[in-house]
Design a protein. Sequence first.
Length: 163
Amino acid sequence: MTKQIIKMTVNGEVQEVIAEPRELLIYVLREKLGMTGPHVGCETSHCGACTVDIDGKSVKSCTMFAAQAQGAEITTIEGLGSPDALHVLQESFKEHHGLQCGYCTPGMITRAHRLLEENPDPTEEDVRIGMAGNICRCTGYQNIVKSILSAAAEMNASKEAAQ
Ligand code: FES
Ligand code: FES
């Protein structure tokens, strides 16, 4: 199969990778670019563990070929925060026990980040609907919803304080 060079921006850095047309984006991110935050769960677009942000939209990266990401701007969980400087959402998940095993968490937080970009002041129902594509086998969702609502409140308070 003919390999091709794929150029994309990942977490603010321009990257060039060589991939076959059959290679899924999730594997290229994890195995060729070292972005192991997004996880492989179902590989059939159901669980959301592989969620990344592509050109301002939440995308399950097991559902597209890497070749389709030519020229795209991609953000993974690694681009949202770092161990020394957690994103507000990461802090909130930590504080409100929004995770147990953590397998779903990178996808959850990346999706929640896009949700709050689109709707900075969501209701609980908005959060539940907006997160419906991400499955967690551990938490029962209550604390995930609480974490996202709390992060939204904190982000809005910071914005108000800065005005
Ligand atoms: S691994 Fe992509 S949606 Fe489950
Ligand atoms: S915390 Fe285990 S799958 Fe969500």
